[in-house]
Design a protein around this ligand. Structure first.
Ligand code: OAD
Length: 232
């Protein structure tokens, strides 16, 4: 009997129904900037205040957002499968934890954490407004940045190792609400497929992995994950 071991990779599409703009949709624009112009170390070096203003805007959207049926259905799946379930998210919004997911890896960090560029302190900062921008470290007064992974930055090696290990040892890999174009996360469905897993895609639109998917659920994540639960 094949053991059902399920890995789910989520992207910003799963949080779209909670009112948080996706990265690449036109609704993701803030002022006239796309996230790809702001979520970079270069942008932060050039204008940390501008980058922080954008993050405060995103934080205030996220602060008011609640997990949706997609997040909730993934908690049900985790409860059903226990140790044979693992969730990998590219989202930094924390909505999976808020929904109750525990077996979770946040590959791109978490927007509620900050990191000091001088003393490397990492701590939570839940403010959505700040008197002084950019903010200073509570420990040493140095410049702090959001503790998230930006374009061109490496993902924590250990986190990546965990993601690769799960992807290469699951029997079903589900890609939900991601455009599957940002590496190394975009590599995970291919690793799973090469290792013999069945690949499921949940996305209202086609993506580069649609051509190798075994099952395609062309639905928003809220309905799509519930369908997946019925299928398993
Ligand atoms: P994208 O904006 O690239 O893609 C969002 C995907 O969600 C698209 O494929 C949409 O079709 C799909 N989508 C939209 N609404 C949906 C819904 N209701 N249900 C399911 N899917 C829906 O966002 P990501 O794939 O998350 O990284 O982007 C990946 C990474 O690139 C992000 O984590 C971020 C970004 O740049 C970094 O900042 C490093």
């Amino acid at each position: 009997m094949t053991v059902l071991r399920v890995v789910v990779l989520t992207g910003s599409g799963i949080s779209a129904e909670s009112g948080i703009p996706t990265f690449r949709g036109s609704e993701g624009l803030w002022r006239s900037f796309s996230p790809e112009e702001l979520a970079t170390p270069e942008a932060f070096k050039r204008d940390p205040t501008l980058v922080w203003e954008w993050y405060l805007w995103r934080k205030s959207l996220i602060a008011h957002a609640e997990p949706n049926e997609g997040h909730n259905a993934l908690v049900k799946l985790e409860n059903r499968l226990g140790d044979d379930f693992f969730l990998i998210t590219q989202n930094v919004d924390g909505l999976h934890q808020k929904a109750g997911s525990r077996r979770l890896l946040e590959l791109h960090g978490n927007i509620w954490r900050v990191r000091c560029l001088s003393c490397s302190a990492v701590y939570c900062d839940y403010r959505t407004e700040m008197d002084k921008l950019p903010p200073s470290c509570i420990r040493c007064g140095g410049l702090v940045r959001p503790d998230v992974v930006w374009f061109g930055e490496a993902i924590d090696e250990k986190a990546l190792e965990v993601a690769f290990r799960w992807s290469s040892s699951c029997s079903i890999f589900v890609s939900a609400g991601t455009s599957a174009v940002v590496y190394p996360a975009a590599e995970l469905p291919y690793i799973a497929k090469r290792s013999g897993a069945k690949l499921v895609e949940i996305n209202p639109e086609e993506t580069p992995i649609s051509t190798i998917a075994d099952v395609i659920i062309r639905e928003p994540a809220s309905r799509g994950v519930k369908k997946l639960l019925e299928m398993l």
